[in-house]
Design a binder for this molecule. Sequence first.
Ligand code: MD6
Ligand code: FE
Length: 109
Amino acid sequence: MRAGYENFLPDACWINCYEPGARLSLHQDKNERDESAPIVSVSLGLPAVFLFGGLSRTIRPKRYQLVHGDVVVWGGPARFNFHGIAPLLEGYHPILGRKRINLTFRKAL
Ligand code: MD6
Ligand code: FE
């Protein structure tokens, strides 16, 4: 799976763990030095609603349901779009129980 980024070689992985009720407010990922590299996000465990907006916080985000194993890639003109996670609903995943784990692979240096 290359998603159009043949040379993407991440050097960092953020790991976030969510429990029901947890959310991630709309934000831009701006800590990486290489702006040409995408963000590659892997979702595991409980489902979540991924909010994906535009370059301004005022653009109403679209909502995408993510389930265990989904991978989202954003880069190019969408690299700095605001995004977040809606409050997680209560649930139980057969492998991870009451948790969602998200891995984001990045080129940070
Ligand atoms: C997600 N995560 O959990 C999206 N951003 O699906 C993020 O947008 C994120 O997990 C910055 C730092 C850590 C993250
Ligand atoms: Fe982010």
